[in-house]
Design a protein around this ligand. Structure first.
Ligand code: 5AD
Ligand code: SF4
Length: 460
């Protein structure tokens, strides 16, 4: 061994904000940096490079990034006193939306890299080191991003797989069409290869990701004599044929892209889990129109009926915004009525956040914050009650649970039911990664308690 090889290994710490696609992107950044000698650091203090993979969806999410940059600045200054290098990169949607402004507001930042450009991180790191100035990379080249990804490392029995990026819907409150660009679908062969690589590493459940995942469209693989264009339904059937893959999920779907083929697949393909995240945002037609959602409340309810007819046990989840400009009390009551009519198993709800550059920000009739608080509290109370009712209804049933990780207590594992509920079970470590039948014995605020059935015990 020559002395020149004795250089210290480098380490990277990535803090991820926002959606599951950011989680996926962060994992891929780690994979990308590994060949450059970067290991994963457990804290920013222990790292040579810190990447903030950011979210711009609401004002609070974006502001968190600047306060974290303040903390990182102190670490950078302290390290500089000891002659230690410390680089800071801002990735993701704040990088895309605010670009050069970040370096102006936070000069301690060395690199700014948008969500479609992170495959260029190795080059950016080298450039930043050479020029000691900040480097900005926010091109939109989604295809190139996927082409340039390196082999994947799975971490546990579940994994995300991005199949679609971007959004052409332009809801008037939302920054995604501006930060993530227009809708792009990955080719079938790419997706299949990534799925196979994950399954070879022991993955049992894949969640297909996309900002508008059900807008995914692509030609079938060469040699297929069926449809000329595949939608998400065909893709799920295709992936379901891979041996070793036990469960498929997808998120996030838009009501406008929920076609008959996908609904039929939900009814017929057992590996597709009975859980659908289908945001509606609001219940009054006037607000849906102002939001540019492209459907009425009644059309959404009829869509839910069709989905339930195909898969009666499906669990529904949604996103809601209260206090969109122009929302009256009566409009908000329509949201509550829609929630009552649907019955959600889980949901995310937010106060409207005025995002610069979106049409909503300029609309008249902005709603006072106190009013938003009150509406959010009422909506969340209803959604919480629905979630609890859904969870309680599982008591006594036997559900297949994919055991994902050790629980907080010794001898306990945590897994997921088909309906995405966390289930805590007493089970040996050796069962990690398997799907075991468990009887649901009780509920806690955010999880179910279960016990292995004799069949599950036999598997141990
Ligand atoms: N204000 C509040 N919530 C928002 N969302 C998107 N943009 C905004 C905004 N400006 C919510 C929507 C979306 C989820 C990911 O975030 O409900 O479905
Ligand atoms: Fe945003 Fe609407 Fe696109 Fe969803 S569909 S990402 S809410 S613009």
């Amino acid at each position: 061994m020559g002395q020149e090889q004795a250089s210290k290994d480098k380490s990277v710490f990535i803090r991820t904000y926002g959606c599951q696609m950011n989680v996926y992107d962060s994992e891929r950044m780690i994979d990308l940096l590994k060949p450059l000698g970067y290991g994963a650091a457990t804290s920013p203090e222990d790292a040579d490079l810190v990447i903030l993979n950011t979210c711009h969806i609401r004002e609070k999410a974006a502001e968190k990034v600047y306060s974290e940059l303040g903390r990182l600045k102190k670490i950078k200054t302290a390290k500089a006193k000891h002659g230690e290098a410390f680089s800071i990169a801002v990735a993701g949607c704040v990088a895309q939306a605010e670009g050069a402004e970040i370096s102006a507001r936070a000069p301690q930042v060395d690199m700014v890299v948008g969500p479609q450009a992170y495959h260029r991180l190795p080059e950016l790191i080298a450039r930043a080191a050479r020029q000691r100035g900040d480097v900005l990379e926010t091109d939109f080249a989604v295809e190139e991003k996927f082409d340039r990804l390196v082999a994947r490392n799975a971490d546990g029995p579940t994994a995300f797989l991005t199949i679609q990026e971007g959004c052409d819907k332009f809801c008037t409150f939302c920054v995604v069409p501006y930060t993530r660009g227009s809708e792009v679908s990955r080719p079938v062969d790419d997706i299949t290869a990534e799925a196979r690589a994950l399954i070879a590493q022991g993955v049992k459940e894949i969640t297909l990701l996309g900002q508008n995942v059900n807008a995914w469209r692509a030609p079938p693989p060469a040699g297929d004599r069926g449809e000329t264009v595949w939608g998400l339904g065909e893709l799920c059937r295709h992936l379901a044929r891979i041996d070793g893959l036990e469960r498929i999920r997808f998120t996030t779907s838009h009501p406008r892209d929920m076609d008959d083929g996908l609904i039929a697949t939900l009814g017929e393909e057992e590996k597709l889990m009975p859980y659908l995240h289908l945001p509606v945002q609001a219940g009054a037609d006037k607000i849906l129109k102002a939001m540019n959602r492209g459907h009425t409340a009644d059309e959404y309810l009829r869509l839910i009926e069709r989905v339930r007819a195909a898969r009666p046990d499906i669990a529904l989840s949604g996103d809601f915004i209260v206090g969109f400009p122009g929302e009256t009390n009566e409009d908000f009551e329509a949201t509550l009525a829609l929630v009552e009519a649907v019955g959600y198993a889980s949901a995310f709800s937010f106060k409207y956040s005025r995002r610069p550059g979106t049409p909503g920000a300029a609309m008249r009739g902005q709603v006072a914050d106190a009013e938003k608080d009150e509406r959010l509290a009422r909506l969340q109370a209803l959604l919480e009650a629905q979630k609890n009712a859904f969870n309680r209804a599982q008591t006594g049933k036997v559900l297949p649970v994919l055991l994902e990780k050790p629980g907080r207590h010794a001898g306990q594992l945590v897994g997921r039911s088909p309906y995405l509920q966390s289930v805590h079970i007493r089970a040996p470590q050796s069962m990690l990664g398997s799907i075991a039948p468990a009887r649901i014995t009780g509920i806690t605020p955010n999880a179910l308690a279960g016990a292995l059935t004799t069949e599950g015990e036999a598997a141990a």
